[in-house]
Design a protein. Structure first.
Length: 263
């Protein structure tokens, strides 16, 4: 079973009322909290449908972006690494997540360097390597520190460049199975996925690139029929989840959970 696509656990956090003040690269409107809560509940129900244990944490009103738990940690079979988010307003979210990881993992380490910044949205884990995208939220010092922390667990990192104007590396790509990656053409054209099978996102549907493979399902944002049809044609069991409100805050399917199988 693939450790990068099949999981026994997920951690999520319910959206706080303060999410209407969340960070956004471009202001496309204030999120509708009730609609976001309904979409979030559907997301959690779909994860649970696979048989996984889903830990649902309460809202954190002091941290408007805290629904996007993926940025707070990297979860591997051997242990978890608490991140150090590059947005100053999000630094406290990682500390809030740490005790929940320690309840499930025997080994939890942390990025601590004062000059290190790294967010989970810039990290794509495959069976053979860990891609880390340099971005506005993840810097060279953070990548170097993560490289040192995961080396004893047998993992190697490959630094890549997140496309200009794109918030996170995984904004533009997702792992579908051990050898298949869903990607925008602006990212795959760089050659960073050479050696993998790449399914390119149809033009105009770039926002569908952030999906998640969770056990036997692929969760993707609703509203991108050509991407959905391409994934279905490739043999994947696709579930569409409403993401209109999280998208206003640059959020997608992967941002909303930490997915792992602790040893």
């Amino acid at each position: 079973m693939s450790f990068s696509t099949h999981f026994s656990h997920a951690i999520t956090r319910r959206p706080a009322a303060s999410i209407t003040r969340g960070l956004r690269a471009v202001d496309t409107g204030t999120p509708d909290l009730a609609r976001m809560q309904a979409d979030h509940a559907a997301y959690i129900a779909t994860l649970r449908e696979t048989g996984a244990t889903v830990v649902e944490l309460p809202p954190l009103d002091a941290f408007p972006d805290s629904v996007f738990v993926e940025d707070t940690a990297l979860c591997l079979p051997q242990g978890a690494v608490v991140m150090r988010p590059g947005a100053p307003s999000r630094l406290g979210e990682a500390a809030e997540m740490a005790p929940h990881l320690k309840a499930l993992y025997a080994e939890v380490v942390a990025i601590t360097g004062p000059d290190s910044f790294i967010e989970g949205g810039d990290i794509l884990v495959t069976e053979r390597e860990i891609f880390v995208g340099r971005s506005a939220r993840t810097n060279a010092a953070g990548i170097a520190e993560l490289t040192r922390l995961v080396a004893p667990w047998g993992h190697s990192l490959r630094e890549v460049i997140t496309p200009a104007g794109v918030l996170h590396f995984k904004t533009d790509c997702s792992l579908l199975d051990a050898e298949t990656i869903l990607s925008t053409t602006r990212l795959s054209a760089s050659g960073c996925f050479d050696g993998y099978t790449v399914i390119d996102i149809p033009d105009g549907e770039e926002a569908a690139a952030n999906t998640i493979r969770f056990n036997d399902l692929v969760l993707m944002p609703a509203g991108f029929p050509r991407t959905r049809d391409a994934l279905t044609a490739a043999g994947f069991d696709v579930r569409e989840i409403g993401n209109s409100e999280c998208a206003k805050l640059d959020g997608g399917m992967s941002c909303l959970s930490l997915r792992f199988t602790p040893r």
